[in-house]
Design a protein around this ligand. Structure first.
Ligand code: NAG
Ligand code: NAG
Length: 365
């Protein structure tokens, strides 16, 4: 008898233990992604634009070393997220995609885009409005296959990841003059946030209910920004006026952090509005602090270089300038950046782990 009790107790313990230990599983059928090069899995490949990455050494760590248009040596955060959700090993771009009833999401992001349409038009890439338009077409096709009600149920359970805004600040505001002559930086932030809000609202109206909204990275830590800083006061174009800084540029990081704070307030406001209608989750994804920590404490992540990209000199190369004529570092997994702007898959993998923590927390309540 005592043996039986022990035995049952043991079985119960094992049962409880195994239940507690098992990784959570969720009913997330798909992931949809909107934004810029940080999340674009290959939508620019057929566009007439210089903002492309569908040639080596991009993709050298991807499946079959394929240069897919991803601005990295390998996977991006959305790829890691669909893997963690057991949906697939990577997220396909919408460009060239054929909608089927088995879809687990697609990526509408377009490298070079911004919240400000001027950013996208400068590079002839897809504006956010065009990304939303494609999503609308996508829904039409999926509804034709699954039926409208089932498609709406599917979207309700899906994750929507957005990552956009850096190009507006780095290019439309900092590099060119037109926006800076019409807006102060706080005014430009407000303009961007209005656009961001309208964009999220459109996705909501189309059926999105689970949003992960990515904040700005520490822009002042990007290798290209360090290079530009040394050229800033050049008298002879292209000749550095000062040594290249070996630390992140504080005022650019402060500006990004200030934008992120306002973004979080905007999200809170939006959430109140959405939730009053229907159960909705809008979560801010903080990659700022993680990336800053990577930059400041490389050894924690196994990195030996965080101030230069792996491609070429690491100071300027990006897009067409990062090509097969460039020498590449021999150890990309020890680099935070693959080109002068974008992360290596080693860096994105860490960020994706943060994202999955947020996803777990979000879906648990
Ligand atoms: C994915 O699959 C693994 C192995 O079957 C499982 O342990 C894990 O809980 C699954 N994750 C999700 C989010 O469903
Ligand atoms: C959507 O459906 C239309 C009409 O059947 C078709 O021409 C188009 O190729 C489909 N688009 C995708 C992305 O599958």
């Amino acid at each position: 008898m005592a043996n039986l009790v022990t035995c049952i107790a043991l079985l119960l313990t094992l049962f409880v233990f195994s239940k507690a230990k098992a990784a959570p599983t969720y009913d997330v059928p798909a992931v949809f992604v909107f934004g810029d090069s940080t999340v674009d899995t290959g939508n620019n490949n057929k566009l007439v634009t210089v903002v492309k990455a569908n040639f080596p050494p991009y993709g050298e760590a991807f499946f079959n070393k394929k240069a897919t248009g991803r601005f990295s040596d390998g996977k991006l955060v959305p790829d890691y997220v669909v893997s963690a959700l057991n949906l697939s090993d990577s997220l396909p771009p919408y460009a060239g995609h054929k909608v089927t009833a088995n879809d687990f999401g697609v990526c509408f992001a377009s490298a070079g885009t911004g919240l400000d349409d001027e950013t996208a038009t400068r590079f002839n890439v897809q504006t956010l409005a065009q990304q939303v338009k494609e999503f609308r077409l996508y829904i039409g096709n999926l509804s034709a296959l699954k039926g409208e009600a089932e498609t709406q149920e599917f979207l309700k359970k899906s994750l929507f990841i957005t990552s956009v805004g850096s190009n507006d600040i780095m290019i439309s505001y900092n590099l060119f003059l037109d926006r800076r002559t019409t807006y102060t930086l706080p005014q430009y932030h407000a303009f961007l946030l209005d656009r961001h809000k309208a964009f999220l609202q459109q996705l909501y109206e189309l059926g999105a209910r689970n949003f992960l909204v990515t904040g700005l990275p520490p822009i002042g830590c990007l290798p290209i920004q360090l290079t530009l800083e040394s050229l800033k006061k050049s008298i002879i174009p292209g000749m550095p006026a000062a040594p290249r800084p070996n630390k992140c540029i504080q005022d650019q990081n402060n500006a990004a952090a200030s934008y992120n704070k306002k973004l979080q307030q905007m999200i809170q406001g939006l959430l109140m509005k959405f939730i009053s209608k229907e159960r909705t989750r809008v979560v801010y994804l903080d990659n700022y602090n993680r990336l800053l920590d990577m930059s400041n404490n490389p050894e924690k992540y196994g990195f030996t270089e965080t101030k230069r990209g792996c491609c070429g000199s690491g100071l300027v190369e990006m897009g067409p300038l990062c090509n097969s004529l460039d020498l590449m570092c021999s150890n990309p997994s020890q680099y935070m950046f693959f080109d002068s702007v974008h992360g290596t898959q080693a860096a994105y993998k860490v960020v994706a782990e943060d994202v999955m923590k947020v996803v777990h927390a979000m879906l648990a309540n």
